[in-house]
Design a protein around this ligand. Structure first.
Ligand code: ANZ
Ligand code: ZN
Length: 817
């Protein structure tokens, strides 16, 4: 048909599929189960090119499993709490729900058209009370286990969004969302004790090795940041209790020439001598305005103040001055360090700035750090170090740790960079924290039977404007409650949860989305989980994936699930860029998905994205050829049409050469899809279409059964990538919709064996042997095979060979001498 139009094909089938609903997860015990999960979208507007890429990849995987006859769970839902909805509501004087659910409807309609193989019956939205009831329920379980707690302290504060941020949400000192420079504030907030799981989060990565992208594992490892070393106790003059420091280099203890306390740590305030107090307080004030990134920067000039005190080095009794500085962080280790300027660059910078002594204790062969300003961090022998002189680094660390332990002045220690997860937010559009503050009972959990604590219905528009405290605090009738314990007047907690709490467990909910007895039906989770394949953006390499892994381990410890890792395999798709750059308004290089689909049709867009390269690579839309894809789909469709028109006219035996191509294609595409090399798989299907075309035009013709076999195979293989065209071709061929459940073709082994020809071997003109050889065999290889033949050797009877004439692949003639 000359009129093949991908958009018309699409309209024809979309309605039909809505009736057929072919992608329901069955819960059928006789079939292998598979769980294909895509990172659920945030309803920020309509779907964009990034969604198109990610969901095309996840869809190919799910559709392949459907074709294999597995029982597949491929759900969709929305991560629908969050700030953008709130900001939109303020701007439009409306409720965040209006914007949120309108966008969800838009995205849902676009998904229906884009044709991912979802089980729509499991749809969920994290902002539905029936969902966040269980988010709150989980919070309470965490609370009971001591994993949710409130504490005062320094937090990251976004002055623009007027709310606190988790450490993970601060990127390079800026708010991950709005880009504002993050400030530090002292506030009382709720935390999840993820640090209690640090070791397991690290260890269980062994299960993910090889199945998750290496760079994601590396980022998680770095974020968790495990350091081995020792805690060492230093007496401080004028203080009863010793002060502990964490060091990864206890071997350098004899080189400690001064001591530094974090300027914002309570310890600095406590030990500061009276004559230094004014200087110290001025300095501390200055530090309070700095971000963590600034503080840790190695480029900045070091700053600090002497605290007017001395610490005593526990191994040699030396008095060393105690300083306060910003390069030591209050929340890491013990908030204080022993400074070894010879072997630590930050300490050396500080020593040079303030004229403090530098003492080399490791002989590395490099020039003197006091002269060069470059600390020597390499391996070497210990010097000037009493009992550990002459030892190498490793032995010295072991020995000095023993000495300290014997004297009760230290011990081996492990430190993690990971901090507890700050989960409270001073914003409206999130799950309210289900706690009550009572003047007499203190913190009281909302009883389970009073969940969900729904958001107050009457706040909207300007009520939600950021003011540094939660908008919920202004809803008086909502805030004031009776204490569940004593019945007295009490107040609700007015913060809401970080939306990363919502997304840490949604994939459990998909297993039983309407379950009313708990967050999920344990039996259903046992059936479906862990997730076999998770697809989504690398921007979630730390936050979402780390939090989800943490939640899964807590649920495991609660006895609710029997596995410890939620996502067996992870794929991070590349970005869709344009003209070599990320799409952006300012560059004007944005590509609109809706426009592309209107111009070319869904199948062309999906195919173009999948054919552009391996799924992990970025796709430059400028290099993509929708036109080429349209031509290919039309060719594939035309083969089906011609086969159908010719069918019944000539039942002659199928052409073996074409059958070989078909079955080799099946075999290769299977392997390629399983290893996620979709672009190559599509190239193979293109080759099969060309082979079928050639068979029609200059071979056995469209009526040959091998051509029909090729056309049907193309339809099924193509159903993963270009589902509408595949469906239409399938129907043209007279087959029953949906092609998506037609069943994956199986390659016939006999047709995969390389073709062979019979080679006749003659000795002195007489046929002595016949060899089966590949048609393309090289002459010297054929000669070798012929001479190796036992029959030939017998015929020769040890005679000399005068000449061997080879006519590959058919004849070898051996002439004895
Ligand atoms: C003495 C020393 C000598 C150190 C040396 C290093 C090299 P990681 O690997 O990140 O765990 N440190 C300890 N607590 C700190 C804090 N609160 N703020 C800033 N720095 C802190 O680093 C551990 C090392 O960082 C520790 O080992 C300590 O310096 C410093 F040649 O102690 B070290
Ligand atoms: Zn009370």
């Amino acid at each position: 048909d000359e009129q093949y139009d991908p958009r018309a094909v699409q309209d024809r089938w979309q309605a039909r599929w809505a009736e057929l609903d072919p992608f329901k997860a069955a819960g059928d015990d006789r079939r292998e189960r598979r769980y294909a999960l895509d990172m659920f979208p945030y309803p920020s507007g309509d779907l964009h090119m990034g969604h198109a890429e990610a969901f095309a990849i996840g869809d190919v995987i799910a559709r392949y499993w459907f074709q294999r006859g597995h029982d597949v769970l491929h759900p969709i839902g929305w991560d629908s709490f969050g700030l953008p909805a709130e900001n939109a509501a303020i701007k439009r004087d409306s409720h965040p729900a209006e914007w949120t659910y309108a966008n969800i409807d838009t995205q849902a309609a676009s998904f229906q058209r884009y044709a991912p193989s979802f089980d729509w019956s499991r749809r969920l939205h994290t902002s539905d009370p029936e969902y966040y009831r269980w988010t709150q329920w989980l919070f309470l379980r965490f609370y009971e286990r001591g994993l949710a707690y409130r504490k005062g302290g320094q937090v990251n504060w976004c002055p623009n969004d007027q709310t606190v941020l988790a450490n993970e949400q601060v990127v390079g000192g800026h708010c991950e969302r709005c880009g504002a420079l993050v400030e530090r504030r002292t506030l009382t907030q709720w935390y999840f004790k993820i640090t209690e799981y640090a070791e397991r989060l690290l260890q269980d990565m062994d299960q993910l090795e090889g199945n998750w992208p290496e760079r994601v594992l590396l980022m998680q490892r770095n974020w968790i940041g495990r350091s081995e070393g020792a805690d060492v106790e230093f007496a401080v003059e004028g203080r009863d209790e010793p002060v502990t420091v964490f060091t990864t280099r206890p071997d350098t203890l004899y080189g400690a020439t001064f001591f530094v306390v974090a300027a914002d740590a309570p310890l600095a305030d406590e030990i500061c001598a009276p004559e230094q107090r004014a200087d110290f307080e001025a300095y501390r004030e200055q530090v309070s305005r700095e971000s963590e990134i600034e503080r840790l920067s190695t480029e900045r000039e070091k700053t600090g103040v002497f605290l007017g005190r001395y610490a005593i080095n526990p191994v040699n009794g030396e008095r060393i001055p105690v300083w306060a500085s910003d390069y030591v962080l209050a929340e890491y280790g013990h908030g204080a360090i022993m400074a070894v300027p010879a072997h630590d660059q930050r300490d050396l910078d500080f020593a040079r700035k303030f004229g403090l002594p530098v003492q080399v204790v490791v002989e590395t062969g490099e020039p003197d750090p006091a002269q060069t300003g470059i600390a020597t961090a390499g391996e070497g022998r210990l010097v000037n170090s009493g009992p550990i002189d002459g030892l190498g680094k490793r032995e010295a660390i072991g020995r000095i740790t023993e000495i300290l332990a014997d004297k009760g002045l230290g011990r081996a220690a492990v430190n993690f960079r990971l901090r507890d997860w700050l989960v409270s937010r001073q914003r409206f559009w999130g799950a309210p924290i289900p706690m009550i503050h009572c003047p007499s009972c203190g913190e009281v959990a909302v009883p389970d039977d009073q969940l969900p604590v729904e958001l107050p219905a009457d706040l909207r528009g300007a009520d939600l404007a950021p003011k540094g405290t939660s908008p919920l605090a202004t809803a008086e009738s909502w805030v004031n409650v009776d204490c569940p314990k004593c019945g007295g007047a009490a107040r609700r907690d007015t913060d809401t949860m970080d939306t990363f709490v919502d997304s840490s467990w949604y994939y459990f909910r998909y297993c039983s989305p309407d379950y009313t007895e708990g967050p999920f039906d344990v039996a259903e989770v046992r059936r479906w989980m862990p997730v076999d394949q998770y697809t989504g953006g690398v921007e979630h390499a730390i936050l979402h994936l780390l939090y989800s892994r943490f939640f899964t381990k807590v649920l495991h410890d609660m006895g609710m699930v029997d596995f410890t890792e939620p996502f067996t395999r992870l794929l991070n798709q590349g970005q869709v860029i344009n003209q070599g750059k990320a799409m952006s308004k300012s560059l004007g290089n944005g590509v609109d998905l809706g426009e592309q689909i209107a111009a070319h049709g869904v199948d062309v867009v999906r195919l173009a994205l999948l054919f552009a390269g391996p799924p992990e690579d970025d796709i430059d839309w400028a290099d993509v050829s929708p036109h080429g894809m349209t031509k290919f789909l039309a060719r594939a469709h035309r083969v089906a049409t011609e086969v159908e028109a010719a069918s019944g006219t000539d039942p002659a035996g199928g052409d073996t050469a074409l059958r070989r191509v078909t079955h080799r294609t099946i075999d290769e595409v299977t392997t390629l899809v399983e290893s996620h090399r979709f672009n190559v798989a599509i190239a193979r299907i293109m080759e099969l279409v060309s082979a079928a075309r050639k068979a029609i035009d200059s071979g056995p013709g469209a009526a040959d059964p091998a051509v029909r076999e090729a056309a049907e195979t193309v339809a099924v293989l193509l159903s993963l990538f270009a589902p509408y065209t595949a469906e239409d071709a399938w129907s043209v061929l007279g087959r029953q919709a949906p092609v998506a459940r037609a069943g994956w073709p199986v390659a016939e082994p006999a047709l995969l064996v390389e073709e062979s020809v019979t080679c006749v071997v003659q000795v002195a003109g007489k046929v002595r042997d016949r060899l089966e050889v590949p048609p393309g065999i090289a002459a010297d290889e054929l000669e070798r095979l012929a001479l190796a033949s036992e029959r030939v050797q017998t015929a020769l009877g040890g005679a000399e060979i005068r000449k061997v004439i080879v006519r590959a692949p058919k004849i070898v003639n051996i002439v004895p001498g």
